[in-house]
Design a protein around this ligand. Structure first.
Ligand code: MF3
Ligand code: CO
Ligand code: CO
Length: 256
């Protein structure tokens, strides 16, 4: 694995892109209501990124992906394609994943939303999945190993009787969307690559209420749980600092 180290100037460019992606997640929240289509959410995000931020929605045409954001509803694990036919209803849970390219640099982040009123078990899956991301972020510093990150996520998910998706993972990011290293969300302490100052990558755990197995739909993108039970995901783009972590896609309401 050839993991690139970014300079402080490059990390500042990533923060600009990251803050654009974070802003999109904040502004879309009020539109995630019963009756909206995921295509409408995509249009609102696309217009803001292109016309207001003057940036690029990285997902559009990425390896043929047809829309500007991913919208993953209920049993969809990731890479859901926004559609005029997908009307959100009260009780749905949805992940919106936004990646922005600005001045050649990428910021990638996602969060969960509830539509109307969600069931307590759905709210709990969302909360535990966010805790998985936050616990992983807390241990990021030089000397932490990738296995430590996977382990802390797996422990918290499985300790709550959930399961960790294996087929999709976090990734290095910078002036390319997906680069080394692969950041898997399960693992053993004291294994894997050691983090160094200047590394930039995402952590984006996908946690299932039931079994870990996934299935790729015939559209070539949408990933669902095999057992059709709920899945949740949260994602941030991070930089390793001299003594900790810098969350480049931090939203104003977050504690880091
Ligand atoms: N944003 C996703 C990630 O976290 C990637 C989406 S690729 C797309 O890596 F083509 F589906 F948009
Ligand atoms: Co990502
Ligand atoms: Co993403």
């Amino acid at each position: 694995m050839k993991v690139s180290i970014k300079t402080p100037e490059q990390i500042e460019k990533m923060r600009v892109a990251g803050q654009m992606a974070a802003e999109v997640l904040d502004l879309i929240g009020e539109y995630v209501v019963p009756g909206v289509t995921t295509a409408e959410l995509d249009r609102i995000c696309h217009e803001h990124i292109v016309n207001v931020q003057k940036a690029i929605p990285s997902c559009l045409n990425y390896k043929g992906f047809p829309k500007s954001i991913c919208t993953s509803v209920n049993q969809v694990v990731c890479h859901g394609i926004p559609s005029e036919k997908k009307v959100l209803k009260s009780g749905d849970i949805v992940n919106i994943d936004v990646t922005v390219t600005n001045d050649g640099w990428f910021g990638d982040t996602s969060k969960m939303y509830t539509v109307g009123k969600a069931a307590p078990h759905a709210e709990r899956l969302i909360k535990i999945t966010q805790e998985c991301l936050y616990k992983a972020i807390e241990i990021v510093r030089p000397g932490t190993r990738l296995g430590d990150i996977g382990h802390i996520i797996q422990q918290h998910a499985e300790g709550n009787y959930y399961s960790v998706v294996r087929e999709y993972c976090g990734h290095g990011i910078g002036d390319v969307f997906h680069e080394d290293p692969q950041v898997v969300h399960y693992g053993k302490p004291n294994t894997g690559m050691e983090l160094k100052e200047g590394m930039t990558f995402t952590i984006e755990p996908m946690i299932n209420a039931g079994k870990a197995g996934t299935k790729l739909l015939k559209d070539g993108w949408t990933v669902e749980t095999r057992d059709k039970r709920l899945s949740a995901q949260w994602e941030h783009t991070l930089a390793v600092t001299a003594d900790g972590v810098d969350v480049l896609t931090k939203r104003p309401d977050e504690p880091f």
